[in-house]
Design a protein around this ligand. Structure first.
Ligand code: G
Ligand code: G
Ligand code: MN
Ligand code: NA
Length: 254
């Protein structure tokens, strides 16, 4: 109830903040992209994680306006960094299933790109496997329109959802984000190794790139790189950073 009530004022009170987690190219560890991760600085509760408020915001519909704000904020920030002389970074934004299926996401993305002036190919959108599987025909149609705008598309938490691989061919997505639960067991756990290799090989066969999530140590980064995974993110490289911290990180790592 506290969360539900608080969400009503959160946007107008400017209580949301976007953090950015660096994503690096694995062979040379250059910064290539950032994932936008929203945080809610609640006046009484302190920082509330998306796990705790996104489901509530999805249930009462406020995720549509919150998601629109995150999208515009992330695009604007990417343009600021470019103006500040940072190398060209792609910015990746998580979309909720509700935003994807029940709002005019095409209009929101178009508007965010126009308002910020960010080139479309510098924006990525992350959809979970569950979100796209919920209505395959509608998903395919929306994804195609987003692709026509020129944005990049990723399937997030890949491997954890309803794993029908045939739908992948129907979706114009460029990337699969290998879920951190599989990265966690690398390189010791035989099952994790088998799953990671299978997903990397599958994606190469389908001409998709794999981004590893939750990379926490050098052994995992090396294993993934040797297995053919081109990009990774995780605490080994950096935790999610404020916009200001990201600028400093980018000046060192690119
Ligand atoms: O660090 P982390 O706690 O930010 O993220 C937890 C979960 O919240 C992840 O599954 C992530 O995809 C999701 N999440 C983070 N930011 C956003 C956002 O802006 N919109 C949506 N829909 N989900 C987000
Ligand atoms: O579901 P999604 O992939 O969008 O969520 C990213 C989540 O993973 C965020 O909550 C982020 O804080 C968290 N995260 C980022 N790097 C790591 C990591 O190296 N290990 C773990 N356990 N979590 C991570
Ligand atoms: Mn994500
Ligand atoms: Na993920």
């Amino acid at each position: 109830v506290v969360i539900e009530e608080g969400l009503k004022q959160a946007l107008s009170n400017k209580e949301f903040e976007v953090y950015y987690q660096p994503r690096l190219r694995l062979p040379d560890q250059k910064l290539v992209a950032v994932e936008a991760l929203v945080r809610w600085n609640h006046p009484a509760l302190g920082q509330v994680n998306p796990e705790d408020f996104v489901p509530v915001a999805e249930a009462n519909g406020s995720i549509v306006r919150i998601g629109r704000w995150v999208l515009e904020e992330a695009c604007r920030r990417a343009v600021d960094w470019q103006r500040d002389g940072l190398p060209d970074l792609r910015v990746s934004v998580n979309l909720s299933a509700v935003q994807f299926h029940q709002s005019d996401i095409i209009a929101d993305v178009t508007r965010a790109l126009e308002k910020s002036g960010l080139p479309a190919d510098r924006l990525e959108l992350e959809l979970t496997e569950t979100a796209v599987m919920a209505d395959i025909d509608q998903s395919a149609e929306i994804l195609l329109k987003l692709r026509e705008l020129g944005v990049m598309l990723s399937i997030d938490d890949f491997g954890t959802g309803y794993s029908s691989l045939s739908y992948l061919q129907r979706f114009p997505v460029q990337q699969l984000k290998l879920d951190k639960s599989f990265v966690h067991g690398l390189p010791q756990d035989a099952d994790a190794v088998a799953i990671a290799r299978t997903i990397i090989n599958l994606s190469q066969g389908l001409n998709r790139e794999v981004v590893a999530e939750g990379v926490e140590n050098a052994e995992q980064a090396q294993f993934l790189s040797e297995a053919g995974c081109k990009e990774g993110q995780g605490y080994y490289f950096s935790k999610p950073l404020t916009a200001r911290e990201l600028s400093a990180f980018a000046s060192e790592k690119s």
